[in-house]
Each structure stands twice: as C-alpha cells, then as structure tokens.
Design a protein. Structure first.
Length: 168
C-alpha cells in the first residue's frame, strides 16, 4: 500500500526537520554561518586537495600571462596569481577541479586557462592575493577559504586592468 503525501504536508515536514536541526545544532547545521551571509563547509564534505607547505618560488610553475585574456577581471586575477604562487599552491579550490581536471591546488587553475572560465577560481585567487597583502599566512588564508570568506570578494571591483601596475 502506498500513501500519497500532499505537497503542503511534505513542505511542513521538511520545515520541522530544518527547525529541529537549527535548534539542536545551530544555524551551521543547515550549511550556513550564523550570519546567514556565507556558507561553511558542511560536516563530512570533502576538502579539495592542497599542499600544506610550498617549495621555493623558483620551483613552482608560472601562471599564464594576463595579456592573453580579454576581460579585466581575468587579467587582474592572473596578474595577482603570479604574485602569490606559493600561497595559491597551499590553497584548495572549491570548484572541485581536482575531480574533473586533476588539479592538486588552486595554483593549478592559474597555470592553465581554467581560472579564466571559472569564477570560483577567480574569487579564491583574488581573495588569496588580498589576504597576502594583509600579511596573512597561507594557513590563515586556507582557514578563510574553508569558511567561505572568498565568496565576499566583489569581482566587479576588478573590471579595469592596468598592466603597468601589474594588476588592479
């Protein structure tokens, strides 16, 4: 015997489950920070690969030349990435390009053209650059990435590229 559940009954049931989850475990149990503005890594979600430390700068592959791209945001992202390769090497990439492209860190996104077509990579790359300018360590930056702080980057601020200054 099968029972049909009305849409309203199902919605009510899901609402009760969500309410119980929030009351029992806090707002983060629904995958959002208490502020509701940014997502946190849900319990059990796999953290994409990264390297806990980086070799000397000369041992790392170069990022692509920003001049080969047409839009300012991409040019700025690649210019910034070139300046923080060691930090990028130590960051995960939440577009999960490790699964599709075999990337081992955020740096891999900028050594090829992937970051040019992926806003997640641009957000994380610009976030990493900005945080290095704030004197954050790679581990501190990674903690911010894991918390989803990269999602607060406003890419529209980087529309204009000024190559003479090496980026934005």
């Amino acid at each position: 015997m099968t029972r049909k559940i009305s849409f309203m009954a199902l919605a009510s049931l899901l609402g009760l489950v969500a309410l119980y989850s929030v009351r029992s475990h806090g707002p983060a149990s629904l995958g959002f920070a208490a502020s509701g503005r940014s997502m946190v890594v849900p319990a059990g979600e796999e953290i994409p690969p990264y390297h806990p430390s980086a070799p000397h700068e000369k041992s790392l592959p170069p990022t692509l030349d920003p001049a080969q791209f047409q839009d300012g945001i991409t040019q700025n992202a690649y210019a910034m990435a070139a300046k923080v390769r060691r930090a990028l090497y130590q960051q995960p990439c939440y577009c999960h390009c490790d699964k599709e492209l075999g990337h081992a860190s955020l740096l891999d996104c900028f050594t090829g053209t992937h970051a040019a077509v992926c806003n997640v990579c641009k957000w994380e790359g610009i976030y990493t650059y900005n945080e290095t300018q704030n004197k954050k360590t790679a581990a501190q930056i990674r903690e911010g990435i894991l918390k989803g702080e990269w999602k607060k980057v406003d890419l529209t601020k980087y529309k204009e590229y000024k190559p003479e200054s090496g980026g934005h």
